[in-house]
Design a protein around this ligand. Structure first.
Ligand SMILES: *Cc1c(COP(=O)(O)O)cnc(C)c1O
Length: 473
């Protein structure tokens, strides 16, 4: 499988390169040259099989010859055996044809573990084969960081630097990052918003000299391998409720548009997905886009679902590329308009095309709290605020009650105990392996929102560029 850049000005690359590069050199995002297709019979055959086996089926076409199927199966087996539930991503029923897909049984209790645990292994495998090292840099609004750090900690060939917006992630989220004291883990608290962190990350990738010097790589949702790993659970969940013989709808708590884009990818690969509800909090750039056809950034407001406090959705470009007939020139024109004028608008025909699959829905803070309380009262389930945004949007926007609606439960409630307690009176507790998190030693550095300072900080600490390096290869 080859991967092409959405901006059309970088060469096509193979899986190893797409894994290691993250962002393309022309500033675009990599997408597969064509979508692998699964027949109805192939999808039906996924029913009842272990998660790791289905993962190999879904991932193999993207990986191609880069990694043997046997090696991939071994990696997936090990990764998903480390999850806290034998079904890896169990489905729970919370109403008539109303389901929760629990994606939070990984080490950091958020859905991002599903992809990131695999990504860490993929990096180590590919890099050790090539005798190389990389510097992973990521920006997080809360959950990418812990999951990335857990995926990369202690890995031989990787240094990891994670930028989080100072004072804008929950204490549990911060501590899940800053209490990891492995030598290859570096936490940066940036004086700014998540979008500032993301903008700095983009600038670092666009600084070719720096990028080459530290061998920069990304684990943010712009890395294709993350999207790839997230496609898997759309397949397992759909076949569990009767797919591919009946269509299925998903409601996806959305920030950077990575998770819901994976649902779109599953549909492109043959899964009969009827609707994708794009559920946002009041940071609603994506909900507004699907309602109005206009993509226009707003200001970021802190909410009780902070992992979705995003006003520039980085994975959206991948979808936009397809929407514009995979014409990089048209894509570049849109992005240029966005950069210059802060927004752009689809034609009526384009907007109609998005509406056949996507439904945008915004949920405010009161509705989120109400939904946590409602679900708790109705069936005893405690859901986190991100999941609650998804459940509320699912119930508000579902058009076809006969079609199963699966809401992606993206975080464990104990990651957001204040909101959950406010809504239900119950304070959810952390699972035993994280019980002493609030007592552990923390380590991080606070930096100004300034490209030069951040680049210097990274270059001084990455093994590849550190002056007194012992273990450089
Ligand atoms: C990251 C995250 C989201 C948003 O996912 P995107 O892929 O960025 O749209 C939603 N909920 C939680 C808990 C998250 O960590």
């Amino acid at each position: 499988m080859r991967f092409v850049s959405t901006r059309g000005e970088a060469p096509a690359v193979d899986f190893e390169q797409v894994l290691l590069a993250g962002l393309a050199r022309d500033g675009g995002l990599y997408v597969p040259e064509s979508w692998p297709a699964f027949s109805s019979a192939q999808i039906a055959a996924m029913a009842g099989r272990p998660y790791a086996e289905v993962a190999v089926e879904v991932i193999q076409p993207f990986v191609g010859d880069s990694i043997s199927k046997q090696t991939l199966a071994q990696m997936a087996g090990e990764v998903y055996a480390g999850f806290g539930h034998p079904a890896v991503v169990p489905l729970k029923q919370i109403g008539d044809n109303d389901w929760l897909l629990e994606l939070f049984h990984g080490p950091t209790l958020a859905f991002k573990d599903v992809a990131m645990q695999l990504l860490g292994r993929l990096f180590d495998h590919v890099l050790s084969k090539r005798g190389e090292r990389i510097t992973v840099v990521g920006a997080t609004s809360g959950d990418t960081g812990p999951a990335a750090i857990e995926g990369c900690r202690g890995r031989e060939a990787v240094d990891i630097f994670i930028l989080h917006p100072h004072d804008r992630v929950s204490e549990v989220q911060r501590r899940q990052m800053t209490t990891v004291l492995d030598d290859n883990v570096h936490n940066i608290a940036l004086e700014g918003t998540f979008d500032d962190c993301q903008a700095l990350l983009k600038d670092m990738f666009n600084d070719a000299a720096f990028r080459d010097r530290v061998r920069l790589s990304a684990v943010n949702s712009i890395n294709w391998a993350r999207v790839m790993a997230q496609i898997v659970y759309y397949f397992t969940a759909a076949v569990a409720v009767g797919g591919p013989h009946r269509p299925v709808a998903f409601s996806v708590p959305t920030g950077n548009f990575g998770d819901v884009y994976a649902g779109y990818a599953a549909r492109q690969m043959g899964l009969p997905v009827d609707k994708l509800v794009v559920a946002t909090n009041r940071n609603d750039i994506m909900a507004r886009f699907f309602q109005s056809g206009e993509y226009r950034a707003g200001t970021v407001h802190p909410t009780i679902s902070p992992s979705m406090d995003v006003q520039v959705a980085s994975n959206f470009e991948r979808y936009l590329y397809d929407l514009h007939g995979r014409d990089p020139e048209r894509l570049r024109a849109c992005m240029a308009q966005f950069a210059e004028h802060g927004g752009f608008r689809l034609t009526n025909a384009e907007k109609a095309a998005t509406g056949t699959l996507f439904v945008g829905c915004r949920v405010d803070e009161n509705e989120t709290l109400e939904t946590i309380a409602e679900v708790h009262a109705a069936c005893g389930e405690i859901i986190d605020p991100h999941t609650a945004v998804g459940v509320r949007a699912a119930r508000q926007c579902r058009a076809e009650p006969a079609i199963p609606m699966i809401t992606l439960a993206t975080a464990h409630p104990a990651k957001f105990p204040d909101a959950v307690e406010r809504a239900t009176g119950v304070r959810p507790s952390l699972p035993p392996r994280l019980a002493d998190l609030l007592q552990r030693e923390e380590r991080y550095d606070r930096l100004a929102n300034d490209l030069q300072s951040v680049e210097t900080y990274i270059a001084d600490r990455a093994s590849l560029t550190r002056p007194t390096e012992k273990n450089t290869r």
